[in-house]
Every structure is written in structure tokens, then in C-alpha cells.
Write a protein that binds this ligand. Structure first.
Ligand code: SF4
Length: 337
């Protein structure tokens, strides 16, 4: 990276195709192109937002980084080391440094286990053998996320949605991770509770120097928490830059359409909408050339035939569009009333 600092996480040309089988012999008849050549880096201590419509491959990308799914091809580096080359024991140790918080705090917590067990389980797996030690750490973790020590003896159904997500955060913190992947971590929560959990994540980041990959379809939440934002469409990154630039000067027509469609609680922000045409194409048979050409208001013949590269159009601002720097944007943000 240009900063000279080794990224905490870097993926290079990462691909994940899922086979689709059919017929009596369950032969492979097609492939879902879930992630198709993604390269990006996340610096220590930063929050990278990852946005896109559902089914664009953002959760799969998160799972590939954690090696919960094995990529079809490509590389994943953690602190400069190629984790795809790790043997199972090394991978198990590394897993303590990378954690995930899932969308639905209810289904991701075992309803038959107490909070002490749920939060203490990673400690047991990673060698903290005595119950007393584990419970001491669980108490600490519950306090860190704003719960009380007596909550340890309760079960998930005895908590509200926001409290359950705090338990998920406590479990993710148990092994002092460096990276946390938040996969739609606040999407299932009411707006007021979302704000509490986001504030908690930001406080924990300052306190423990955490790095986040924050996956969400909600552009306003991503704007609030992220340092940089990557936009994904049909398995590819189409735009990546710092948050302020993305929300004020999006260069890719897909980003412009997403921002134009998002509700903005700012009476002074004037937006000219770009309405997306058609449905998201199938990832089994993605369009030729630029994958966005079937819905793009600017598509030309070149777009149908040649895939645009993700290229740097301004310092730190990359976009994958043949004409991104040549045409005026329909998106007009933040005009003072
Ligand atoms: Fe639209 Fe063409 Fe740019 Fe793709 S390359 S986003 S189709 S203008």
C-alpha cells in the first residue's frame, strides 16, 4: 500500500464460485459467481464499509476473509501472511484474531446455553481451561459492552435485541481480536438500538484499536461508521474511496443510483435521482463487459463488450467505469438551502 504500513487484511483477485448441481447424477450444471476478482486492503484501526444490494457477494467476501469458506482462487493475507497456506492448527490460532458479528443476534446465540457459556466458549476452545478464569473474563467482557455481571446466568431469550447483540459483541471480543467483521450487525435492530450498538462499536474501536469490515446494505449506517467505503455489484468492487468523497462525489453510476435511492435525513441535501432500471441480473450468468450495463443509464456498446478495470481516477478514489471521469453526475449532494 502507498502508506508503507502493512495492511491488516489484504485480498488479491479473490474469486468464489459456488457450483449449481442438477440431474440424477447431481452434476455441476452452472456456477454462481458470488465473488469475482476482488482486491482490497484494510489498514490497522480503520473501518472499511462494504455496501451493495443483497446477493452482491459482500457476506461471501467476509466469510472468505475469515476462511469460513474456501476461495475458488486468489489470495488472503493477514498481517502480510498468506492465510490460505496455513495448516489447521495455525488457522485455529489465527481465528482468535479475526471474529465476526452476525446480523441476527437471536439465531446466532444458542438458546439452550447461558451467557456465561456463550461468551466463554471461545476461551475454552482457545485453551482457557478453568471455569473460574473463564467466568472472570466473561464478567469483564459483559461490563465492557454495557451489560452486568449477573446477566451471565441468563439465557438469550431473556434479553432484548440490542442486549443480545451486545452479547454477540462480547463473544467477538473474548480473544482480543484485531479484526471484527460486522455482517449486517445492526440491520435487525430498531433505529434507536442501532445507534447504541454503533456507538458501542466505535468506543471499542478507540479503546482496543480494533479494525472493522462493516458489511451493510444501509448507506446511512455505513456513512456514520466507516473511514472508507467499498461498493460491490454482482461479485465485483465497482468503487472504493474515503467516505466523504464517496457520499459527496460518487463516480460510478451504480453508487450514484444507490445514494440517490437512499432516504437522507438532511433538508439541505438536494438529490437528483438516478432510477435503476430492471432487476439485478443473475450471478449464475452475469452480463458481458461491464456487469452494470443492463441497468446503467449511460451504457454504450463499449460497456457491453469490454469489462472496465477498477482504476484510480483521483488520489485514493478508484472506480470501474469506462466513462466515470468524462460525464457529469446526476447525483448532486449537500446543496445548502
Ligand atoms: Fe455504465 Fe458503461 Fe460505466 Fe458500466 S462502464 S457503469 S455500463 S457507463
Amino acid at each position: 500500500m502507498e502508506s508503507g504500513i502493512t495492511p491488516l487484511v489484504e485480498v488479491r483477485d479473490l474469486v468464489k464460485h459456488f457450483p449449481v448441481t442438477g440431474g440424477v447424477l447431481l452434476r455441476e450444471i452452472a456456477r454462481v459467481h458470488a465473488v469475482d476478482g476482488v482486491s482490497l486492503a484494510i489498514q490497522p484501526g480503520e473501518t472499511l464499509g462494504l455496501v451493495g444490494e443483497s446477493g452482491c457477494g459482500k457476506s461471501t467476501l467476509g466469510r472468505l476473509i475469515l476462511r469460513l469458506d474456501e476461495p475458488t482462487s486468489g489470495q488472503v493475507f493477514f498481517e502480510g501472511e498468506d492465510i490460505l497456506a496455513y495448516d489447521p492448527e495455525r488457522l485455529r490460532k489465527m481465528r482468535g484474531e479475526m471474529q465476526i458479528i452476525f446480523q441476527d443476534p437471536f439465531s446466532s446465540l444458542n438458546p439452550r446455553k447461558s451467557v456465561a457459556h456463550i461468551v466463554g466458549e471461545p476461551l475454552l476452545v482457545h485453551g482457557v481451561k478453568t471455569r473460574a478464569e473463564r467466568e472472570e473474563r466473561v464478567e469483564e467482557l459483559l461490563e465492557v459492552v454495557g451489560l452486568r455481571r449477573e446477566h451471565m446466568r441468563r439465557y438469550p431469550h431473556q434479553f432484548s435485541g440490542g442486549q443480545r447483540q451486545r452479547i454477540g459483541v462480547a463473544r467477538a471480543l473474548a480473544l482480543n481480536p484485531k479484526l471484527i467483521i460486522c455482517d449486517e450487525a445492526v440491520s435487525a435492530l430498531d433505529v434507536s438500538i442501532q445507534a447504541q450498538v454503533i456507538n458501542l462499536l466505535q468506543d471499542l474501536q478507540s479503546e482496543f484499536g480494533l479494525t472493522y469490515l462493516f458489511i451493510s446494505h444501509d448507506l446511512s449506517v455505513v456513512e456514520h461508521i466507516s473511514d472508507r467505503v467499498a461498493v460491490m455489484y454482482l461479485g465485483k468492487i465497482v468503487e472504493l474511496c474515503d467516505k466523504k468523497t464517496l457520499y459527496n462525489n460518487p463516480l460510478h453510476p451504480y453508487t450514484q443510483a444507490l445514494l440517490g435511492a437512499a432516504p437522507v435525513p438532511d433538508p439541505h441535501r438536494v438529490i437528483t435521482h438516478t432510477i435503476l432500471k430492471g432487476d439485478v441480473p443473475s450471478p449464475i450468468n452475469p452480463p458481458s463487459g461491464c456487469r452494470f450495463h443492463t441497468r446503467c443509464p449511460y451504457a454504450e456498446q463499449l460497456c457491453r463488450e469490454h469489462e472496465p478495470e477498477l482504476r484510480e481516477l483521483a488520489s485514493g478514489h478508484t472506480a470501474a467505469c469506462h466513462f466515470a471521469s468524462q460525464r457529469p453526475s446526476l447525483y448532486k449532494p449537500a446543496v445548502a438551502g
